[in-house]
Design a protein around this ligand. Structure first.
Ligand SMILES: Cc1cc2nc3c(=O)[nH]c(=O)nc-3n(C[C@H](O)[C@H](O)[C@H](O)COP(=O)(O)OP(=O)(O)OC[C@H]3O[C@@H](n4cnc5c(N)ncnc54)[C@H](O)[C@@H]3O)c2cc1C
Length: 433
């Protein structure tokens, strides 16, 4: 084995935890510093109980190979923790598209399109033509192309609105008019048209804390790593190849390597004096909110546990509704998700909530004399970076001995748990360089 290094990991989101676990496995002496009292970052729970509330509804995909492997390695029973179902974009009226559980991908996708409900022949033909054109071009396109431009010629308005828009907004958290077609096609290639179960939806059955953050913390403690929660790092200093961190718990400690696993703006702040160009690239990323609403509503029959909703800019903010976990006998406990929520949030979270409830009433036919109760509304203003066409993301390497590992660093995918875990693992792999 290569020599054991003293490694500081700043941030215990999914990227930082991936970096810490893999670096510990490689024999390095790892110390993690995390600002919050709970690990998990943007994919965290409020506390460690089984009834904890998450920062927002998360969906994993079958293609999240590195995330699923990491969860298994820290002792998570992935099959129980996640409900696996074939990809579907199903609407409350039963319309939409659902992949079969098995079969060769392309045939399965073509069959699902042919069987899609609520689409006419012209819609289906245009969708098949679109899929063939993507395949023909190897799922590649110029970096400057937006998803709206990619779709300009082929699909009908209905395919665009009811199929592509929900997939794009869910994956890239960026409106179609600005979203990167290059990244969208990479997601399509590796999920919908990827390996057999890559497009499966994996819906958390437990609070997010139990999917990775807490088991990873237990694993790190058991394998000799040190984790300091409630510890904010506020500066970086390098002397004679040794790193010291402002705010570190023991001022005498020094580190051979530092992995910055914070969000982009914090990494930009910490690196400004040392690496101004890298810092400027990270600081230039813009961000897009996601709003998550929890409702208690009258019982209704749903065709699937996760439903797509027709959304628009004027009256209907939410794109997806979830009815997950054990449900009370008399009411539905529902989660609504508003992705790419920037323009909605500019009207205030009360306005988003009022519009989302009105949308819910329309879609599920709930009259005014029946109550729909808003239990919570959470707005994460910087949920992800905006994955726009041509966006320049900073590289993982910052300076010798200093790397960034998080969902925003340069890579083929948008800001997801899998992008974060991959960045963390790659940083751990490159420690010896
Ligand atoms: C509401 C919402 C819904 C989402 N839905 C999905 C989904 O369905 N599927 C999906 O794949 N992804 C989803 N995402 C995206 C996903 O959550 C992120 O891509 C991922 O969690 C990012 O992980 P990270 O480790 O890169 O960063 P973060 O999670 O932001 O972790 C950074 C960590 O650094 C800590 N930190 C910051 N500054 C300091 C400091 N100075 N010192 C010490 N620690 C510091 C923070 O407290 C945090 O714990 C969603 C995100 C949100 C917000």
């Amino acid at each position: 084995m290569a020599r054991s290094l003293r490694v500081a990991v700043v941030g215990a989101g999914w990227a930082g935890l991936a970096a810490a676990v893999r670096a510990t496995q490689a024999g390095h002496a790892v110390t993690v510093f995390e600002l919050a009292g709970m690990p998990g970052g943007r994919a965290r729970s409020d506390d460690d109980s089984d009834a904890a509330t998450d920062n927002g509804q998360h969906i994993l995909l079958g293609g999240y190979a590195r995330t699923l492997a990491l969860m298994r390695d820290v002792g998570v029973d992935v099959e129980r923790a996640l409900l696996r179902m074939p990809l579907s974009v199903t609407y409350a009226d039963g319309g939409g598209f659902a992949l079969p559980a098995s079969g060769p991908r392309l045939l399965a996708a073509a069959g699902a399109l042919a069987a899609a409900r609520g689409f006419g022949l012209a819609d289906k033909l245009s969708a098949v033509a679109m899929a063939l054109a993507w395949q023909w071009r190897g799922f590649r396109c110029p970096a400057s192309l937006t998803v709206a431009e990619l779709l300009h010629r082929v699909p009908t308005g209905r395919v665009r609105r009811r199929l592509i828009e929900p997939l794009c907004v869910a994956a890239l958290n960026t409106p179609l008019a600005e979203a990167s077609a290059e990244v969208f096609l990479a997601v399509m290639r590796d999920s919908l048209f990827g390996a057999r179960d890559a497009s499966d939806l994996l819906l958390p059955q437990r609070p997010l804390a139990h999917l990775l953050p807490l088991p990873a913390l237990t694993w790190l403690h058991a394998h000799g790593a040190t984790v300091h929660l409630r510890t904010r790092i506020d500066g970086l200093d390098k002397r004679a190849d040794q790193w010291r961190l402002g705010g570190q718990v023991n001022p005498e400690d020094s580190f051979d390597r530092v992995i910055l696993a914070t969000p982009a703006l914090e990494a930009a702040r910490l690196t400004r004096p040392l690496a101004p160009d890298w810092s400027a690239t990270a600081a230039a990323l813009s961000h897009e909110p996601i709003v998550t609403l929890s409702l208690t509503a009258p019982k209704r029959a749903w065709p699937a546990a996760m439903l797509a909703l027709d959304s628009d800019e004027a009256t209907a903010p939410a794109q997806f509704a979830f009815k997950l976990g054990a449900q009370p006998p008399d009411v539905d406990r529902v989660t609504l998700v508003v992705s790419a929520a920037g323009s909605w949030l500019a009207r205030g979270s009360d306005a988003v909530a009022a519009s989302a409830i009105a949308q819910y009433r329309r879609v599920f036919g709930v009259p005014d004399d029946e109550s729909v109760r808003l239990d919570s509304v959470r707005a994460d203003k910087r949920a992800t970076f905006r994955c726009t066409a041509g966006v320049v993301r900073p590289p993982r390497g910052i300076l010798p001995g200093l790397q960034a590992a998080a969902d925003y660093v340069a890579g083929p995918y948008p800001a997801t748990l899998e992008a974060a875990v991959r960045a963390g693992e790659a940083a751990a792999r490159d420690l010896d360089r």
